[in-house]
Design a protein around this ligand. Structure first.
Ligand SMILES: NC(=O)c1ccc[n+]([C@@H]2O[C@H](COP(=O)([O-])OP(=O)(O)OC[C@H]3O[C@@H](n4cnc5c(N)ncnc54)[C@H](OP(=O)(O)O)[C@@H]3O)[C@@H](O)[C@H]2O)c1
Ligand SMILES: Nc1nc(=O)c2c([nH]1)NC[C@@H]1CN(c3ccc(C(=O)N[C@@H](CCC(=O)O)C(=O)O)cc3)CN21
Length: 297
């Protein structure tokens, strides 16, 4: 039976430290850190994320500026909102909730963000820094995955890591972070042939697919470390709605050495890294104005 990597517990510990730092800095800086979330339309997975973010911001003393728009909003209107948030001195972090409905050009909106306020590390400057192994704002979910591996004291150097999924939000950045930690990384996707053959070679398997319980025990090497990024809402045979990951937890937890649950795994760490990034941008801003330098994000 696998060891459960408890994302909820790690998130709680890290959020407590963030709250303490916010309380300590606020009198000096004269205002709390601020996070703005831009959400368009109604997506149930996104709604859960927004709620958890707001609660976590509130608990840690970060001001949250939610901007929820109906799907009828236009690209130009969203661009104006981004310009306003870029110029707003109370806002240190901006997150554009993805995916946006098809009619929007998400890349153009991400490009418009002030890179110093890019709380999800998706602006080309920040993604470019990640590719070059330089310091910058990093995508929250991949950064949360790396924190979970560190907390569980998983050796990464020289290990075979397989990432299923190649999105800009999760798959690609997590693959780069694993590479930075000296893993031998394979990225699989929907056109990959013989997927099971590849995943069975993984010492570390990251599932970021968006398909409920896709990864089964036969796909996993015995004693592998399995990180389940997927968040899927399904209706079970009793007609009840519940969250499941991209990993078939019941069978995979029998063969893996470590596994993250859903809920309670990567999700709470995504929220935590968002607070962490917002705090980092806040400190950077004040450090810049006082010509100080601060530790890495
Ligand atoms: N826990 C969190 O905090 C968090 C954060 C973000 C996302 N998520 C969840 O993580 C999952 C992935 O999110 P995402 O934004 O990366 O999704 P995405 O943009 O839809 O990307 C999914 C990836 O999976 C690949 N894929 C789809 N079907 C496949 C198959 N049969 N075999 C192999 N690869 C396959 C796709 O390949 P192609 O590129 O070839 O299409 C794509 O690269 C979703 O469940 C999402 O809700 C969770
Ligand atoms: N720009 C952007 N960045 C993201 O990280 C992101 C998006 N967009 N869009 C939606 C997805 C989904 N994300 C999520 C989804 C759920 C939790 C979360 O807190 N899940 C909890 C339980 C939630 C519940 O019970 O309803 C968990 O324990 O998994 C976190 C991030 C983050 N995601």
């Amino acid at each position: 039976m696998a060891i459960i990597i408890d994302g909820k517990a790690l998130a709680k510990k890290m959020q407590k430290a963030i709250a303490e730092e916010v309380a300590q800095l606020q009198p000096q800086y004269g205002r709390p850190p601020g996070l703005a979330v831009l959400m368009v339309g109604d997506n149930p997975a996104s709604a859960a994320y927004v709620k958890n973010k707001e609660t976590a911001c509130h608990k840690s003393g970060i001001a949250s500026f939610g901007k929820h728009f109906p799907a009828s909003v236009t690209q130009t209107e969203l661009e104006q909102v981004i310009d306003e948030l870029n110029a707003d001195d109370r806002v240190d972090g901006i997150l554009i909730q993805l995916p946006l409905p098809d009619k929007f050009d998400a890349i153009a909106l991400l490009n418009r963000l002030d890179p110093a306020k890019d709380a999800d590390g998706l602006h080309p400057n920040n993604l470019g820094k990640l590719v070059r192994g330089e310091l910058g704002l990093q995508s929250c979910t991949p950064a949360g995955v790396m924190e979970l591996l560190a907390e569980a004291k998983i050796d990464i150097a020289g290990k075979n890591a397989v990432v299923i999924g190649r999105s800009i939000l999760v798959g690609k950045p997590v693959a780069l972070m694993l590479l930075e930690e000296n893993a031998t990384v394979t990225i699989a996707h929907s056109r990959t042939k013989n997927l099971t053959e590849i995943t069975r070679k993984a010492d570390i398997l990251i599932a970021a697919i968006g398909k409920p319980e896709f990864v089964t025990a036969e796909m996993v090497k015995p004693d592998a470390v399995v990180i389940d990024v997927g968040i899927n809402r399904i209706t079970d045979y009793e007609g009840k709605s519940r969250l499941v990951g991209d990993v078939d937890y019941a069978s995979v937890s029998e063969v893996a050495s470590h596994i993250t649950p859903v809920p309670g795994g990567v999700g709470p760490m995504t929220v935590t890294m968002l607070l962490h990034n917002t705090l980092w941008s806040y400190k950077e801003k004040f450090a810049k104005s006082n010509k100080l330098s601060i530790a890495q994000p």
